[in-house]
Design a binder for this molecule. Structure first.
Ligand code: GUN
Ligand code: ZN
Length: 434
């Protein structure tokens, strides 16, 4: 057993976004067993006096700063680390000129391995402990990605990306080849350690009906995997998909008609969602990964969070590296807050507890891991982030002057950067320290 001592903030309740309450415990003790599970928690004095810990157990002193659940990134692209920061383009131009030429380079397994190392380092050092990772078009690249992710101890779901039209030729495959390669990857990696498989057509724009059928076949034959893709991100993209799928009612239907929309589905963006699409997503229990930095950087639009919540659609948060602006889920949360402010009366006012829920528990639930991670309740895995700012930096000053835990959390979402992340644990295993 190990005892972690500190100020612990999390959002275990399932209130809707907009009404999330914070659980805050100062000088708390989290007792973590050898399987990485939280065996007990309470006031440090009580835990030690009650014999649940104390002299015979190691105490890790995290009292300076805050302890939060590990962040969950519900949408982040492994092959795009090296193209972060290309500003000034809308989606389809950015894909053509920036992202896709880089993604073609991952045909080389050595290149992919180097990118995978950079990618997992980016996640871990930002405090992300769980991620739904948008993969590569190449099976060799996916193998090295899974190897690297497993070596760091991260919880990941990912899969080979499917496309058979509309992209540069080196990124295309056939439905048969996609099925075979996906099944081979899935048999090797699905439910191995902390890794799961995610069936991943890039978007309907680049997937024919037979390719979406092949996705459905992999989903069925590889029980328990996730499904992820993009939807309703950009007006030009939405118009192109409507032309390609004249028989579909709307963008979400291009997936749903193949049985690809359900509780294990996470669709990224959904900026330009229609009411029937929101109704359908809610009815099927699917989740949307909101990627506010990417939406701003590509000029995709202002995400209708209020309409999602009012329709009962589950929403999580994604960094969308590399169209987004980096790996920090703290920054992503702040960006979500800022964009809702810009929507005025149409926006959903977000509090710091809402942001914490979006960056942790919402993501865990979207990825089907809500019973294991997402908050620091007894019985869950100790996936945690220790934020300890430098004394003289604005966040260090801010935490000393915070008037409540909510205030401390708001200052953290405003000011914290990866450099403030002093420790990261997954399943009780420390995977990052500064
Ligand atoms: N739609 C299809 N591919 C992509 C991608 O790589 N990034 C974003 N933001 N949207 C996409
Ligand atoms: Zn994306």
């Amino acid at each position: 057993m190990t005892i972690y001592r500190g100020t612990v903030l999390d959002t275990p309740d399932d209130a809707a976004i907009g009404a999330v309450r914070l659980r805050a415990q100062t000088d708390a003790a989290l007792v973590v067993d050898d399987e990485g599970r939280i065996a007990a928690r309470g006031p440090f004095g009580d835990i030690v006096d009650g014999g649940a810990g104390g002299a015979e157990h190691e105490v890790i002193d995290l009292r300076e700063g805050l302890v939060l659940p590990g962040f969950v990134d519900a949408h982040v692209h492994f092959p795009q680390v090296r193209v972060l920061g290309a500003l000034g383009m809308p989606l389809l131009q950015w894909l053509r000129e920036c992202a896709l030429p880089e993604e073609a380079r991952l045909e080389s397994v050595d290149y992919a391995r180097a990118v995978a190392d950079e990618f997992v380092h980016g996640l871990v050092s930002a405090g992300t402990t769980t991620a739904l990772v948008f993969g590569s078009h190449f099976a060799g690249a996916m193998n090295v990605f899974f190897e690297r992710a497993a070596a760091t101890g991260l919880r990941v779901a990912a899969g080979l990306v499917a496309s058979d039209r509309g992209l540069p030729e080196p990124l295309l495959t056939t439905p048969d080849r996609f099925y075979e390669e996906s099944m081979a990857l899935g048999r090797r990696w699905h439910h191995v350690g902390r890794t799961r498989y995610a069936v991943t057509p890039r978007f309907s724009y680049s997937a024919s009906e037979p390719m979406l059928e092949a996705c459905a076949a992999v989903l069925k034959d590889l029980g328990g995997s996730l499904f992820t893709s993009h939807v309703n991100e950009n007006v030009a993209e939405v118009a192109a998909v409507a032309e390609l799928f004249a028989g579909s009612e709307h963008y979400v239907d291009t997936y749903d008609r193949h049985g690809l929309v359900g509780p294990a589905t996470v669709l990224a963006h959904n900026v330009h969602a229609t009411a029937p699409e929101l109704t359908l997503l809610a009815a099927q229990g699917a989740a949307v990964a909101h990627c506010p930095s990417s939406n701003a950087a590509l000029g995709s639009g202002l995400f209708p969070l209020r309409r999602h919540v009012e329709h009962g659609v589950r929403v999580a948060l994604g960094s969308d590296v590399g169209a987004g602006t980096g790996f920090s889920m703290v920054k992503e949360s702040l960006q979500a807050y800022l964009m809702q402010r810009l929507l005025g009366a149409d926006g959903l006012p977000l509090t710091a507890p809402d942001l914490l829920h979006l960056a942790t528990r919402s993501g865990a639930e979207a990825l089907g891991l809500g019973d294991d991670v997402g908050d620091l309740t007894v019985g869950k895995q100790f996936d945690a982030v220790w934020i300890r700012p430098q004394h003289h930096q604005p966040l260090g000053i801010g935490l000393r002057h915070a008037t409540s835990p909510e205030d401390a959390l708001a200052r953290t979402f405003t000011l914290a950067a990866p450099a403030d992340i002093a420790g990261v644990w997954v399943g009780g295993e420390r995977i990052h320290s500064t």
